[in-house]
Design a protein around this ligand. Sequence first.
Ligand SMILES: Cc1cc2nc3c(=O)[nH]c(=O)nc-3n(C[C@H](O)[C@H](O)[C@H](O)COP(=O)(O)OP(=O)(O)OC[C@H]3O[C@@H](n4cnc5c(N)ncnc54)[C@H](O)[C@@H]3O)c2cc1C
Ligand SMILES: *[C@@H]1O[C@H](CO)[C@@H](O)[C@H](O)[C@H]1NC(C)=O
Ligand SMILES: *[C@@H]1O[C@H](CO)[C@@H](O)[C@H](O)[C@H]1NC(C)=O
Ligand SMILES: *[C@@H]1O[C@H](CO)[C@@H](O)[C@H](O)[C@H]1NC(C)=O
Ligand SMILES: *[C@@H]1O[C@H](CO)[C@@H](O)[C@H](O)[C@H]1NC(C)=O
Ligand SMILES: *[C@@H]1O[C@H](CO)[C@@H](O)[C@H](O)[C@H]1NC(C)=O
Ligand SMILES: *[C@@H]1O[C@H](CO)[C@@H](O)[C@H](O)[C@H]1NC(C)=O
Ligand SMILES: *[C@@H]1O[C@H](CO)[C@@H](O)[C@H](O)[C@H]1NC(C)=O
Ligand SMILES: *[C@@H]1O[C@H](CO)[C@@H](O)[C@H](O)[C@H]1NC(C)=O
Length: 512
Amino acid sequence: MRLSLSAIVLGLSGLAYASTNASTTLTSSLSTSSGVLEIPQGSTCACAKLSQAMPQSFILPGSQNYTTETVDSYWDIRADLSPACVIVPSTAGEVSEAVRIISTCQAKFAVRGGGHMNYPGANNIDAGVLIGLSNLDAIEVKNGSVDVGPGNNWYDVYSALEPYGRVCIGGRMKTIGVPGLSLIGGFHYFNNKYGYAMDNVISYDIVLGNGTLITVTRSAHSDLFWALKGGANNYGIVTRFELRTFDVPKISTTIQVFNETHIPDFLSAICEAAKLDDEDPIAAGMIATITYNATTKIPQGSVLGVQAGVSMPPSQFANFTKIPATERINNITTMKPWADTLDSPKQTMRYFSVQFSHKTMKPDAKVLYSIYSAWKDAVDVIADVQGLYPTFVTNVISPTSIRVAKTNGVGNVWGLEEEPLIIWQFSTGWDLAQDDIRMEAWSRQLAEHLHGLNNKLGLASEFVYMGDAGEWQDPFAGFPGKNVDRMREIRSAYDPAGVFSILSYGGFKLGL
Ligand SMILES: Cc1cc2nc3c(=O)[nH]c(=O)nc-3n(C[C@H](O)[C@H](O)[C@H](O)COP(=O)(O)OP(=O)(O)OC[C@H]3O[C@@H](n4cnc5c(N)ncnc54)[C@H](O)[C@@H]3O)c2cc1C
Ligand SMILES: *[C@@H]1O[C@H](CO)[C@@H](O)[C@H](O)[C@H]1NC(C)=O
Ligand SMILES: *[C@@H]1O[C@H](CO)[C@@H](O)[C@H](O)[C@H]1NC(C)=O
Ligand SMILES: *[C@@H]1O[C@H](CO)[C@@H](O)[C@H](O)[C@H]1NC(C)=O
Ligand SMILES: *[C@@H]1O[C@H](CO)[C@@H](O)[C@H](O)[C@H]1NC(C)=O
Ligand SMILES: *[C@@H]1O[C@H](CO)[C@@H](O)[C@H](O)[C@H]1NC(C)=O
Ligand SMILES: *[C@@H]1O[C@H](CO)[C@@H](O)[C@H](O)[C@H]1NC(C)=O
Ligand SMILES: *[C@@H]1O[C@H](CO)[C@@H](O)[C@H](O)[C@H]1NC(C)=O
Ligand SMILES: *[C@@H]1O[C@H](CO)[C@@H](O)[C@H](O)[C@H]1NC(C)=O
């Protein structure tokens, strides 16, 4: 049965939605590629009220705008779902009003920033209300900081800072969203000197569960200020981030590719980078990965390194530079053109699904190599999967990167000690939906098995980075228990009704 929105909202005086065009009617059910969804009462209520309160920012199924918001805005095709309606606020006031309406109606909802979190439900919702933040795209460069709306990606921000010769601590690739990454941590090239993205947020404007908009700083709502440093989407919708900026007019970059023979040395150089503990570090970091082609059986290591300044080749990558490489390109450039070449486009193929799984360990080059080898062998077992795209990813956590939060008087929810860690991750892509379950099982079982071996060796850390976690992982279990208790207390104070826990249930949640 089809209900005309105008009938629900406006009764007989209806003017706004007189047409029966598919993009202007709310239906009681929604046909999707995965079946028919019944639209719950809460959604019907919220969509009706939202359409009336902010018609300019309101989208129903059946329109091109709906496809833009529910498909084109997601990185991983697995995250494409079918909301009953979409709201695309262009002011913080509209976000407030939307949250008020949604909670009054007790509608279920999801929030999307840059859309890179890659599992179903983290940032999208079937038959509920989707709040898409793309229109909150203001950027204002200030002296020593930049105000950024959650509709921006990191390339937008780096581009705005470029004329001033400044950078901020954000994502390492072009199209990753500002809000998700800033709220969950933020691995950047310069973590070793400046800490993580979350450590460099000076203030947040946030809409709470009751629709109230507050500004959160070190001194105003200091408890929430701390909880937002890694607390993800558990507290409200951030409508403005003020990010600290740094004077980095030039960067020295290196791209190096290594063949199989040199992978042990490559992994060893990564372990050494994690251990660096200079008193006054030179800002430098990397993306270090190994791809393996299960057809040709050829693995290939690569490092994309960035260092502040003009040392060429970049001194902090000397341990890589001394390994014979099949390709090596050093350059002096700036952040904007560098990020421009590192795109991670959304919805690349008709079927493009990626499973993340990772674990953390103390640096040990021999053991890291054995983990890589076990991964490669396990990839061979699934070589028949159509479109298989397996990547072994590492991220380093250096003691100096942790020291920033330890000494800035604020801290963050991770509560890590100043010791070197390495995250080893499987990022596995494939083509067909029928392989979803197989791929998740493969990835999860392998990660858990190898982590178990690390446990026996005394090398395992329970830290899990929310940004790169598979949906089966629990990042909160890796935080100190007292931090999680405190996060929950803060949630009770700022969202006593549980709007961001019960009504918005997707993503990494503290739990009820
Ligand atoms: C190709 C690729 C490269 C990556 N590279 C990096 C990297 O270099 N460094 C790194 O640290 N991480 C990286 N990540 C992980 C990345 O940090 C996460 O995917 C992150 O969620 C991206 O933020 P987003 O805004 O795009 O995500 P979204 O999917 O839009 O949001 C993520 C979560 O935050 C919530 N959320 C979004 N906006 C808001 C808001 N304004 N207020 C409250 N909650 C909100 C969403 O509901 C969702 O649960 C990468 C991921 C991919 C896929
Ligand atoms: C809805 O109306 C718009 C413009 O009026 C039109 O472009 C579109 O094709 C219509 N959609 C459907 C499904 O009829
Ligand atoms: C719908 O798409 C058009 C064309 O891209 C755009 O101008 C308009 O703002 C969109 N409407 C909403 C509500 O997002
Ligand atoms: C920032 O402040 C410094 C010191 O007060 C000043 O020299 C500089 O010109 C200011 N820059 C901008 C962009 O306002
Ligand atoms: C890798 O390159 C080295 C030269 O640096 C060469 O000796 C070696 O055979 C190559 N290994 C493979 C597996 O191609
Ligand atoms: C390079 O490796 C050596 C050990 O071989 C280590 O002492 C040094 O700190 C490393 N340097 C860098 C910049 O990673
Ligand atoms: C080196 O950097 C310059 C300046 O950004 C850029 O124009 C050039 O394309 C870069 N060269 C390579 C090989 O990346
Ligand atoms: C692996 O190599 C084959 C043969 O060269 C190629 O067709 C395929 O695209 C490669 N796969 C990946 C993931 O690069
Ligand atoms: C909204 O919630 C906050 C945090 O719980 C509270 O301080 C504030 O008084 C509430 N505002 C209203 C209007 O209820």
